[in-house]
Design a protein around this ligand. Structure first.
Ligand SMILES: [Zn+2]
Length: 110
């Protein structure tokens, strides 16, 4: 049995979570799924610093896939770094895609 609030598992026979005071359920609903889209890719470390500050200023949640793994989502997501060095990929949640793309439009990595 599981608590739908704190997602703790309890032994059979317990019907209420002592912490949350809610009835336990046999099965937990699936975790909220967040879709991420790549909005920028760059191998230029100077550029990645600029992009980070732009996204930070805009209060857009993002993470960078690449050399330096960064997790701004409270440790819920786990990614395996790719071997070797490559481009840093900026990913944002689907709902922030348009805003992020608009903000990063001015940056040219050519
Ligand atoms: Zn609970």
């Amino acid at each position: 049995m599981f608590c739908p609030k704190c997602r703790c598992e309890f032994l059979k026979g317990i019907i209420e979570c002592p912490e949350c005071k809610v009835s336990l359920v046999a099965k937990l609903p699936p975790e909220e799924f967040v879709e991420f889209v790549k909005v920028f890719e760059s191998a230029n470390p100077n550029l990645t610093v600029i992009i980070k500050s732009i996204l930070d200023d805009a209060k857009i949640k993002y993470f960078v896939k690449g050399e330096h793994m960064q997790n701004v989502f409270g440790g819920q997501l786990q990614f395996t770094p790719k071997a070797g060095i490559g481009n840093a990929e900026f990913l944002v949640s689907k709902e922030d895609e348009e805003v992020a793309k608009e903000l990063l439009k001015a940056i040219d990595d050519k």
